[in-house]
Design a protein around this ligand. Structure first.
Ligand SMILES: NC(=O)c1ccc[n+]([C@@H]2O[C@H](COP(=O)([O-])OP(=O)(O)OC[C@H]3O[C@@H](n4cnc5c(N)ncnc54)[C@H](O)[C@@H]3O)[C@@H](O)[C@H]2O)c1
Length: 313
């Protein structure tokens, strides 16, 4: 990790953070990702406060966590249902909820943000949190596509700010991308790396570049499959079959795009193109633009590249 150490910008004190052992975690955003991260952190003995904009949303988050824990327990405690129930209660005890960020960050070692993917909204949140959280608290974002340094620029704790990019569904997916910006201190980076390990995940170190590692390779791959089809190189069905049987991927790129949501993929690509317009990897696709404009977003709307008999929601 020497790479990040020499990048610490002069003038930013990292004295407030000396190998912070993360015990108390505040997670802002109780959606798909936030609830999953809360579950994993609580399951590994952390004290978690989950924050969202309303009690109704937070009730749903807790229900999601409970449902997911039941599935975990069915496998892990197949022969000991009582021990399984005990485990669920113990984990749920580690999670509290709040709609008040100010009180939620008190005593927190790490504030992890998993709210809507919008730079201005994330900046506003962190700017407020910067004034409310204790000095030692590390901030991290779970953003998939925004530069961490753009988000951290709204705060005065650039040395105590990094990225922790989890994958969906969080309880199942082993990977965490740990992102250090040019101002993230070595102590902060190490704390985030250690935290990921304590969660039972496998962390990889990433630079603060578009898409980090996984999405940087994955999103252009999906787009290139679409452009291949647009240019008439193969049918959607054949491209899907080719990648499944030729590479061993469980889903082809068109099936996978429909599953993720075309709007999500296009949003990521559009953002990167804005940052780096001349990069041919980030070139648009007419077909993708047309489908999204027509509201054909994939499984969730009943139609994307393929038609579906049912909708996700
Ligand atoms: N869904 C994925 O597969 C995935 C994977 C990795 C990273 N991410 C990233 O994680 C973040 C969250 O994604 P998600 O899929 O969980 O979204 P989501 O829509 O399921 O959840 C977002 C939650 O944040 C809440 N929220 C919005 N603004 C808030 C605020 N100011 N304060 C408190 N709560 C607020 C919303 O009410 C909602 O419950 C995004 O940055 C996304 O890019 C998503």
């Amino acid at each position: 990790m020497a790479f990040f150490a020499h990048q610490i910008r002069r003038g930013f004190s990292s004295s407030a953070v000396r190998n912070v052992v993360i015990k108390q975690v505040t997670i802002i955003g109780g959606g798909q990702m936030g609830a999953g991260i809360a579950q994993v952190a609580a399951s590994t003995g952390h004290s978690v406060t989950l924050v969202d904009t309303s009690d109704d949303i937070l009730k749903k988050s807790i229900k999601t966590i409970e449902g997911s824990l039941k599935r975990v327990v069915k496998k892990k405690f197949a022969d000991k249902p009582e021990a399984g129930e005990e485990f669920i209660q113990k984990v749920l005890k580690n999670v509290s909820t709040s709609t008040d960020v100010g009180s939620a960050v008190q005593g927190s070692d790490l504030v992890l943000e998993a709210i809507v993917e919008n730079l201005k909204i994330k900046q506003d949140l962190f700017s407020r949190l910067d004034k409310l959280a204790p000095a030692h608290t590390i901030f991290a974002s779970n953003t998939s596509s925004l530069p961490i340094s753009d988000i951290s620029s709204a705060t005065n704790r650039l040395d105590r700010f990094g990225g922790l990019h989890f994958f969906n569904p969080v309880p199942m997916m082993k990977l965490v991308e740990v992102i250090g910006t040019s101002t993230t201190s070595q102590e902060t980076f190490d704390s985030l790396l250690n935290f990921s390990k304590v969660l039972g995940k496998t962390p990889v170190s990433c630079k603060d570049t578009p898409g980090f590692i996984v999405n940087r390779l994955f999103v252009p791959y999906l787009y290139e499959a679409i452009r291949l089809y647009e240019r008439g190189h193969g049918s959607k069905e054949d491209i899907d079959i080719a990648m499944k049987l030729g590479v061993g991927y469980p889903m082809g790129p068109f099936e996978l795009s429909d599953y993720i949501g075309l709007d999500t993929i296009k949003f990521i690509m559009d953002g990167w193109r804005e940052m780096d317009p001349d990069n041919t990897l980030f070139a648009p696709s007419e077909l993708m633009d047309k489908l999204v404009a027509e509201g054909k977003l994939g499984k969730k709307t009943g139609e994307g590249f393929y038609k579906y008999k049912w909708k996700l929601n």
